[in-house]
Design a binder for this molecule. Structure first.
Ligand code: IDP
Ligand code: MG
Length: 138
């Protein structure tokens, strides 16, 4: 099914100048960038975005990390975009990520793992609308 997903280059990825490499990888894998912007989240924004994790022990640390610098959210589309993006990103913990995945190549730790990707059609819908208005998605 042709679908859309939300990807974010997290503050560590932006700070390490990996934006170009990551976008290239998505384009090489058949994704079209339908929308893109650069911004800095407030703590409240980050807490809202990650509300599903609010009871987790790493929640505060995750919010601190996601607000330490600029991020680049993007709407990506292709066939099976949600699953395919998760595949290209690799496992949450870079130690478990497959060779050639973004997290295997670039991530420092389970927290500082370079990219975010929606994990279901429901989360993609919420996450895309969190960052983009309908008229910003081409
Ligand atoms: P995902 O990004 O692979 O979907 P989630 O379980 O949804 O992983 O967790 C959201 C984010 O929270 C992760 O990408 C990572 O930055 C952070 N995180 C997840 N698990 C841990 C942990 O055990 N310790 C610290 N940070 C974590
Ligand atoms: Mg997740």
């Amino acid at each position: 099914m042709f679908e859309q997903t939300l990807s974010i280059i997290k503050p560590d990825g932006v700070a390490k100048n990996l934006t170009g490499n990551i976008i290239q990888l998505f384009e090489n894998n058949g994704f079209e960038i339908k929308a893109i912007k650069k911004l800095i989240l407030t703590k409240k924004n980050a807490e809202s975005f990650y509300y599903v994790h609010k009871e987790r022990p790493f929640f505060k640390s995750l919010v601190d990390f996601m607000t330490e610098g600029a991020i680049i959210p993007m709407v990506l589309s292709r066939e099976n975009a949600i699953l395919k993006n998760r595949e290209i990103m690799g496992a949450t913990n870079p130690k478990d990520a497959a060779e050639g995945t973004i997290r295997k190549m670039y991530a420092e730790s389970i927290e500082r793992n370079i990219v975010h990707g929606s994990d279901s059609p429901e989360s993609a819908k919420f996450e895309i609308s969190f960052f983009f208005n309908y008229f910003e998605i081409i």
